[in-house]
Design a protein around this ligand. Structure first.
Ligand SMILES: Cc1cc2nc3c(=O)[nH]c(=O)nc-3n(C[C@H](O)[C@H](O)[C@H](O)COP(=O)(O)OP(=O)(O)OC[C@H]3O[C@@H](n4cnc5c(N)ncnc54)[C@H](O)[C@@H]3O)c2cc1C
Length: 342
C-alpha cells in the first residue's frame, strides 16, 4: 500500500490529524491496535478549548458528542474550592465539555471515510531514500506500507518512538486506578470532584444518572500499590479523606482498571520522516485537563508542519518540536506549584 502519511493510533489525535490532512487533499492510512480494555473516561475540556474547537470548525462535532459542564468542586491540599468554570479565563464560553469519547471517536471516523486498518500493529519501520517502509501485522497477515511520513499517535505507549529507540523523560510516575460505581453518597454540584490525600489524589466524575467513575492516582513506585489494585482495600485507603470515602458503596467488590497517567516527554518529538502527536508527544497529568486540548492542538500543528515540509526543507518539523517543548516547560513550572507529588 502507498500513502502520504501513515498514522499509528486511532485516538483523538490520530483521527484529527487524518481529518486535517484530508481537508488539504493529503492521503493518510490509520493503523490501530484495538484494546477492548480501554476504559471510558468521560474526559472534560475547559472553556478555553472550545475557542480552539470553534476556530478549527470542530465545535459542533465535539458538542454533539458531549454534555456541558459548568465547574468542579475540589478539596486540594486541605483547601476547599467550589469553582464555577474558569470565570477568570478569557473564553467567551462559560462551560466546558464532558466528552462521550466512544461516540466522538465514531463520529470522527465517519467523517473520515478513509483507510483505517483495525486490529493491526506496527511491526517495523525504516526510511530509505526519504521513503518510509513500514510493516504492519494484521490478523496474521503482513502488510507493507510506503509513506512520506509516519506518525506516533499511540498515546503513552509511544510504540513508534520505542521502535526508533527514542527515550522517554519522566517527570512523575503517576498511575490511575479507575472504578465504575453505582452513584452513592453525596450529590455533586457540577458532577465532578477532586480530593488529595497522603498517597495521591482521587476524582469522582458522574457518568450518567446511575453511574460514576471514581479514579485514584498514585505513583507506580508506591511500595503499597497493591492496595490500589483491589476495591476491598479502598475503604481503608480513603479512610482519612473527607468526601472520597463517602462515595464508596459499603459492600461489593468492583473491578479496577489500571492506566498510565504520568507526565512525560520523549527526548525528540520529530525526526526526518516522523512526528509524535497527542500523549505520545506530551503527556500531562490527567488532573490538569490538558490531554484532549493537547491532542487537538498537536493534530492541527502537525498537519501544518507536514503541509509546509517541502516548502521549507523540513524546518516546519523543528518549529513544531520547539512549540511543543515550550508548552511542556510552562506546564512543568505550573506542575510544581499545584500538584501533589506521589
Ligand atoms: C484516568 C485519566 C483521566 C483523564 N482525564 C482527562 C480529562 O479530564 N481531560 C483531558 O483533557 N484529558 C484527560 N486525560 C488524558 C486524555 O485521555 C489523553 O490525553 C487523550 O486521550 C490522548 O489522546 P491520544 O490520541 O494522544 O491517545 P490515546 O487516546 O491514548 O489513543 C492512542 C491510540 O493508539 C492505539 N494504540 C496503542 N498501541 C498501539 C499499537 N501498538 N499499534 C497501533 N495502535 C496502538 C490505541 O488503541 C488508541 O486507539 C485523562 C487520562 C487518564 C488516564
Amino acid at each position: 500500500m502507498k500513502t502520504d502519511v501513515l498514522i499509528i493510533g486511532k485516538g483523538i489525535s490520530g483521527l484529527l490529524l487524518s481529518l486535517f490532512l484530508k481537508q488539504h487533499d493529503i492521503d493518510s492510512i490509520i493503523v490501530n491496535k484495538s484494546k477492548p480494555s480501554n476504559p471510558i473516561l468521560a474526559e472534560t475540556i475547559p472553556p478555553s478549548t472550545l475557542e480552539i474547537l470553534s476556530k478549527f470548525n470542530l465545535l459542533k462535532t465535539f458538542e454533539t458528542n458531549s454534555s456541558k459542564t459548568y465547574g468542579y468542586e475540589s478539596l486540594w491540599k486541605g483547601n476547599y474550592t467550589d469553582q464555577f468554570f474558569f470565570t477568570d479565563s478569557h473564553s467567551s464560553y462559560n462551560y466546558g465539555l464532558k466528552i462521550n469519547k466512544t461516540s466522538l471517536l465514531k463520529s470522527l471516523e465517519t467523517q473520515l471515510k478513509n483507510r483505517i486498518i483495525n486490529d493491526a500493529y506496527l511491526n517495523k519501520t525504516e526510511t530509505k531514500n526519504h521513503i518510509v517502509h513500514s510493516t504492519i501485522n494484521s490478523m496474521n497477515n503482513e502488510i507493507n506500507i510506503k509513506s512520506n511520513f509516519v506518525i506516533d499517535a499511540t498515546g503513552r505507549q509511544r510504540i513508534l518512538l520505542k521502535k526508533l529507540g527514542v527515550k522517554t523523560i519522566h517527570h512523575d510516575y503517576s498511575i490511575a486506578f479507575i472504578c465504575y460505581l453505582p452513584i452513592f453518597g453525596p450529590r455533586l454540584k457540577y458532577g465532578f470532584f477532586t480530593e488529595s490525600f497522603s498517597e495521591g489524589w482521587g476524582t469522582v466524575s458522574d457518568l450518567n444518572e446511575t453511574t460514576r467513575i471514581v479514579t485514584l492516582y498514585t505513583s507506580e513506585k508506591n511500595a503499597d500499590i497493591q492496595r490500589f489494585r483491589s476495591f476491598t482495600h479502598w475503604h481503608e485507603l480513603l479512610s482519612k479523606t473527607q468526601l472520597l470515602k463517602k462515595c464508596l458503596p459499603q459492600s461489593g467488590n468492583f473491578k479496577i482498571i489500571g492506566k498510565q497517567a504520568n507526565s512525560s516527554i520523549p527526548e525528540y518529538l520529530v525526526g526526518k520522516n516522523w512526528l509524535a502527536i497527542g500523549d505520545a508527544a506530551l503527556a500531562f497529568s490527567p488532573i490538569s485537563s490538558h490531554g484532549i486540548s493537547n491532542a487537538i492542538y498537536c493534530a492541527k500543528k502537525a498537519s501544518e508542519a507536514i503541509i509546509d515540509y517541502s516548502k521549507n526543507k523540513g524546518k516546519s518539523l523543528k518549529d513544531y518540536e520547539l512549540a511543543l517543548k515550550n508548552i511542556f516547560n510552562a506546564y512543568k513550572k505550573h506542575k510544581n506549584t499545584f500538584f501533589v507529588e506521589v
